[in-house]
Each structure stands twice: as C-alpha cells, then as structure tokens.
Design a protein. Structure first.
Lengths: 473, 309
C-alpha cells in the first residue's frame, strides 16, 4: 500500500501522521488566527459601538444633534474608522461623518437601546420590560490592516509549518535511521533465508527490543539451519537405506530368479536324467538282456563262421549298448570315469589285437563333468577313432592323451600304423559323423598324419563348454 | 418614634395561608364582644398572579387580627357577578384596581398597593397608595437645602397628573415659592425639557408620574440631575439604588397595616371612614454615597415614621 520496502513503509508510517497532524494543526491554527483577526475587527467594532452608544445614548434619547455631533467628532479620531452614522428610531439620519462608499471597509450596524431602571418597589413598570430602541449606529471600519495582518499570519504560519515539516522530516530520518537499518537487516536476512541460504544471520545492530528480536531471529535461523541439516542427513540416510534395500531386494530378486531357474533347470535335468535312467535301465534290462541271452544261446551253437560273425555282431551291439548306457549314466558325468570305462571296454579288443594302449590322462579329467548328451558324442568320436585304427591302421600302439591346454582340453589319439591321406578327402560316413559330433561339442577336430606315421586325431574342447570343478569344490 | 432597623426588604415574602382555629375563636369572641354580633361579611381580595404573595400576607394578617373570612381571587378568574352585597372588595396592585374601578361596584372597595393614576374619580372607595404626598417629600428635602446656595426645588409633572397638580396647588405660598414646577408636554423628553432648569435647582423631587418617572425617562432624569449635581428625592426604596440622595417610601408592612386599619374601621362602623387616597406610615432613607458625592451631610435614616394627621 505505501512503499514496498520496509524502510519506505517505516518512513511513511512516521512521516504521514506527522504530516497529517501538521496539516490539521496548521489548518486549525490558521483558522483560529484568521478567525481571531476577523473577530478582532468585530470586537473592535463592538467596542467602538459600545462606547459610542454610551456617549450618544442621551443625545439620541433627547434628539440632541449637536451632542451627537460632538460624539461623532470624538469617535472619528479612532484609527481605522472610516465613517459613523447616527440614525434615529424613525429611520431618519441624524448625523454622519465620513464616507460609507469604500471598497476596503467593513460595515457594521448596531441598534442603540435605551436601558430603563426600575424605581417602583411594588409594581414592575411595563417600560422596563421592553427595551426601547433609541436609534441605530452605523460604523465603517477599514479592513486594510486586517487584510495585511491576515496575509502576514498566512505567511508566518506557512513559514512555521514548512520549518516544522522540514525539521520533523530531518528528525524522523535521523531517529529512524538506526531503526531502519536494523529492520532492513532483519528483512534482508529473512529474504536470504527464504532463498535457501540458511547460514545467513542478521547483524545485531539494533537496540532494546529490536536487538532482542534480532538475537531471537538469529537463534531461530541457527536452529532452523541445524534442523534442516539434520533433516537432510536423515533424508539422505533414509534414501541410502532405501536404495540399499532396493539393491538388496533387486539382488535377492535376481538370485531368486536364478535359483528358480536353477531349480527349473535342475528339475528338468532331473526329469531328463530320470527319463534317461529309465531308458538306460530299460535298454540295459531289455535290449542288453536280450543280447546277452542271444549270446548265451549262441554259445550253445556249434562253432562256425556264422556263429562267430553273429557273436561278434552281438558283442559289438552289447559294447555299443554299454557305451550308450554308460553315456547316459549320470553318475558317470565325470570325464575321467567315462574315459576309464571306455578304456576298459577298448582294452579287451586291443588285447585281442595285440595293440598296446598308452594312456596318458591329465588329472584335470577328474574335475571335468560332461553333460550326458555331450559325453555320448565324445565317446562316439573316440570310438570311431579307435575303430578306424583297429580296422585300417594295422597299428601296434595307440597313444591316448588328455592334456590341459589352458583354455581348452585336448584329446589326442595317435597310432603308429599306416595313414591313408585319401581318407581325409573322402566323405566317409564315419569321418563325417566325427566332424558333426565335434561341431555339436563345439570342439575342434583335426585328423592328420602323426609323427609316428600313423594317424593323429586331435580334439580340442573349450573349457567354457564343459563344467570343470575348481580345486576348492 | 421608635427607630427600628428595616434593613431588609420584606415586600415579597411568601407565606402559607392557614387558619389557626384557636386564634380564630378568640378573634370571633372579641368581635362578638365589640360588635355585639358575629361578623358575617367576607373580604374578597382581587389580585393579579404576580402579587399573590402580598395577597397571602395581607390575608393572613386580616385573618389573624380580625378573624375575617378572606377569599383570594385571581384577577383573570374574577367575576363581579359572584360578589354578594355584604362582600368587601379589596384590590392589590394597579391591574386589579384598574379592573375593579371600571366595574362601579356597589360594595365598598379598598384599593391597596396601587397608584393614583388607576383610581376612579368617584365611588365608595378608599386607597392605600404606594406613592407619597408632595408635602412629605418637600419636608424631607427642606433641611438639606440650607447647605446649598441653590434652594430652588424642581418638580416635573405631566399635564394629566391631576392628583399631583392638586397637591401642588394645595401647598402653602411659601412652599410654592420654593418650587419650580415644570409641566412637561407629552411629546417632550422630560430629561431634556428640564435641563435648563437644573442649572439653578437645589433639588429635584420625584413624584409618582408614569410619564416622567418611569423606565428610561427616570434614568435620564437621574442622569441629568447628577450631571448638574442636583440631589433627587424619590418616593420608593429603589430610588436610592438608582441614585437619589434620599427616598421617602412606605414598606409593604406599613401599607398592609394601613389597609387593615381601614378595613377594621369599615367593619366596625359599617362604612369607610376615610374615602379617597390614604398615605401610610413611611420611612426616610438616605444614600450616603450620593451624599458624599454631592458633598451634602445627611442625618441617620429615619424609619417607620407615622403618617401625618
């Protein structure tokens, strides 16, 4: 409403009442003085009239014009009196002195009454009850002096008012300066705190209650700042805790998911394993039993080439069945066990064909676990390699070697027999199957002539494709 | 004569009207003893409202002293037809006197506290007036004139003041020689009219004349007299306050006593003994301040002087 800043408002609040009061008082005093000046001329006129009445009453009563003349002459000596007129009760002009036609003259008319006395003790005379008008007195007083005095009064009052106003303003400014400064500091500090600068404090430059206020303000600001910091710390801590909890929850969620997946996988694996085991058992019990029974029956037949061939075929079927069963046996998921079983079955044939087997398997094979479907493919590759050696190589020694080549496991089968390079270019089913099985294992298969003159079959299996137990497992 | 101090003015004391049965009985018995029969006549006091206190005072006095039945009637309510032949009419004040005087009653009328101008010229009446006779006023100023070389006594009278003129005519030759009687015409201001005469006057006597001594005229008369250092003799106590040197006046009590006496005679003898104007006992009082101003030695105030025979 009055100024936007506190300073301007304070100044206005102190200045405006003073101004209004000054104006009001000036107006009143001016009016009073002017009224007094105006009254003075009235009073003066009344005084002159009273004196003139007293002097002229008898002459008016008796109609003595000469007496009135004397009275008029005496009265006209009064300063400022422009004219005097005596008029009797019938309206007739008895005496006039001076001119009534004047612009700077104020005219007065006074009736002159006679004053009776009561001389009867008992009866009240009727004449004393009524005041008889003896005549009228007309006066003209000059207002030049009045006008001059009025003007002088205006000037003086104006001067006094302006001086008072100026002095008042100076005093207000002087006395409110300290207050303004102190309040201004408070306002400024409050503003800064509002803007977020909680470290702001008000300069304690007031006095009395204002100083107390400033101190309280600062205390409040400090308290507010402290509360803000604590609150912020709490919020941060809470946020961090919350984030941590979220992370943990997320982690747990992931783990849960993994666990769930693992469980699912485990269950699936178990289901597959169970099924495999069932199939294996069925095969073992069913087909295996039939084959063994067939062999047993065949043993009872006479020896013949046919018997031998059939016996060989059945034996091969049994071996193959054993290979399959062995590969499906989840208990033999360890590579060492698999190879050991393969070696056991191969040894018989090798012994029959007088082939020496050099078996060099790294210890890492004990820690390698292969999935059943992978182990079958691996065993088939080994079987095909050994079968080819037995059928075509005419070797006397086979070296089987499993080594740890860092990022992969290498299986090497080297014989000392004959090597036919043409077999590499041909699309034989055995070799093709070996390649496809190696591809399934995501392994690298290479067949080439060995240093011994025979064939070297090398299978590189990436460690990432197999499950290798760590030493602490 | 016993000099008593009439320092206070008892003109307008207010008293309650009451009948003391014992006093009434004693009075009645006395009346019977004196008259031989009980008095059956009633006094009808006719009075204007403004003088009711005086009427009450007079009524009480009549009742106490004479054992009369007194009825006070206000002037505005007065009906002459209600009077009986045995009634005695007593008026108080000029208004009542003026009213009754026009009625031409057959009953005897006592005018009291009235002035000469309102009285009738004929009829069965007696009046105890407020004013004083000229002789009395002359007698009062006479001792003081000897102190001054001016011994001319001025009296201003209006032409229609018959009683005053009669009294003046009735004076002795030596008294008349002393007097300078000025008849003021009706259209003249008395104060201006007598101015020329004041120069040589030793005293100015005021007589009861409304055209001369009333209101503003009275003021200017006194003013003029003072201007010319002429002592004024007044006929009322108020004259002293107004500036007269001395005043010859009758108090209410004195007028009341005179009225009662007249009534007593009327009752005793059945008719008014003295008809016409009766002057009461009077006092002579001096204004010592005026006396000092006029350089006149005055004696002590003479109070309650009996009327002349």
């Amino acid at each position: 409403m009055m100024g936007r800043t506190l300073k301007s408002q304070l100044t206005l609040i102190t200045l405006l009442p003073m101004l209004i009061t000054l104006l009001f008082v000036s107006a009143l005093v001016t009016q009073e003085f002017i009224s007094k000046i105006d009254d003075e001329i009235e009073v003066r006129a009344h005084d002159i009239a009273a004196q003139a009445s007293m002097m002229s009453e008898f002459y008016l009563y008796t109609g003595d014009v000469d007496g009135l003349k004397e009275v008029t002459r005496s009265i006209m000596r009064i300063d400022g009196l422009r004219y005097v007129k005596f008029i009797d009760s019938s309206g007739q002009l008895l005496m006039q002195h001076g001119h009534s036609q004047n612009n700077n003259t104020q005219h007065f008319v006074f009736p002159i009454y006679g004053s009776a006395i009561e001389i009867d003790d008992f009866e009240e005379s009727s004449t004393t009850q009524q005041k008889e008008q003896l005549g009228t007195l007309e006066l003209g007083l000059s207002i030049d002096e009045t006008s001059a005095r009025r003007y002088e009064t205006y000037q003086r009052l104006l001067f006094i008012s302006l001086t008072s106003l100026l002095l008042g303003i100076l005093l207000i400014l002087f006395f409110t300066r300290a207050l303004n400064t102190a309040i201004g500091n408070l306002a400024s500090a409050a503003k800064k705190i509002q803007q977020g600068k909680l470290h702001t404090r008000c300069e304690e430059n007031g006095s009395g209650e204002l100083l107390e206020f400033q101190k309280v303000f600062n205390t409040m600001a400090a308290s507010f700042e402290e509360s803000e910091i604590k609150m912020k710390a709490k919020v941060d801590a809470a946020t961090a805790s919350l984030l941590l909890t979220i992370d943990e929850l997320s982690q747990k969620n992931i783990e849960l998911d993994k666990s769930r997946q693992a469980t699912i996988s485990l269950e699936r694996s178990k289901a597959i394993s169970d099924e495999r085991e069932r199939i294996m058992k069925d095969m073992h019990d069913g087909i295996g039993g039939q084959l063994i029974t067939s062999l047993a029956l065949l043993e009872q037949e006479k020896d013949s080439q046919l018997k031998d061939n059939i016996h060989q075929i059945i034996s091969d079927c049994l071996d193959d069945l054993r290979l399959i069963i062995n590969s499906l046996n989840i208990a033999n998921d360890g590579l060492a066990a698999l190879l050991a079983d393969f070696k056991f079955r191969m040894n018989k044939k090798l012994d029959q064909m007088h082939i020496k087997l050099v078996w060099r398997v790294n210890d890492i094979a004990d820690n390698i676990h292969i999935q059943p479907q992978m182990s079958l493919h691996l065993l088939r590759i080994l079987q095909e390699a050994f079968t080819n050696i037995l059928k075509h190589a005419k070797a006397t020694e086979i070296v089987f070697e499993l080594t740890d080549e860092g990022e992969f496991i290498q299986l090497l089968i080297v014989d000392n027999g004959e090597f036919d390079p043409d077999c590499l270019g041909s699309n034989g089913i055995g070799l093709t199957n070996m390649q496809s099985r190696a591809k399934f294992l995501d392994a690298e298969l290479s067949i080439k002539q060995a240093y011994t003159g025979g064939c070297a079959v090398k299978l590189k299996l990436a460690k990432s494709q197999i499950n290798i137990d760590t030493p602490n497992d | 004569m016993e000099e008593t101090d009439h320092g206070s003015d008892h003109l307008f004391n207010t008293r309650k009207i009451y009948l003391n049965p014992v006093k009434l009985l004693i009075s009645l018995l006395m009346m019977i003893a004196v008259t031989g029969s009980a008095y059956a006549r009633e006094v009808q006091i006719i009075v204007a409202q403004k003088h009711i206190s005086t009427a009450e005072q007079l009524s009480n006095t009549l009742t106490e002293q004479l054992g009369l039945q007194v009825h006070t009637r206000l002037l505005k309510d007065f009906d002459a037809a209600s009077l009986t032949t045995d009634d005695i009419v007593l008026t108080i004040g000029n208004a009542a006197a003026q009213k009754v005087s026009t009625l031409q009653l057959s009953q005897p009328v006592l005018y009291s506290f009235s002035q000469q101008q309102v009285l009738p010229t004929t009829g069965n009446w007696t009046a105890t007036v407020l004013s004083q006779p000229v002789k009395r006023l002359l007698a009062a100023i006479d001792p003081l004139l000897k102190q001054n070389y001016k011994n001319n006594i001025l009296i201003a009278v209006s032409a229609d003041n018959r009683e005053a003129l009669r009294q003046l005519n009735a004076l002795t030759a030596s008294q008349k020689n002393q007097l300078d009687i000025i008849q003021v015409p009706a259209n003249e201001k008395p104060a201006k009219y007598i101015e020329d005469k004041l120069f040589n006057a030793g005293a100015l006597i005021a007589i009861n004349d409304q055209n001369i001594w009333s209101g503003e005229n009275a003021r200017w008369m006194l003013y003029q007299a003072y201007r010319y250092q002429v002592p004024v003799v007044g006929y009322s106590k108020n004259f002293l306050k107004a500036g007269a040197l001395l005043s010859v006046y009758s108090t209410i009590e004195q007028i009341t006593a005179t009225t009662v006496a007249q009534l007593k005679v009327l009752l005793t003898k059945g008719d008014l003994e003295q008809k016409g104007i009766i002057y009461s006992d009077y006092n002579i009082e001096y204004n010592h301040n005026i006396a000092r101003a006029l350089d006149i030695s005055v004696p002590k105030n003479r109070l309650d002087i009996g009327a002349e025979q």
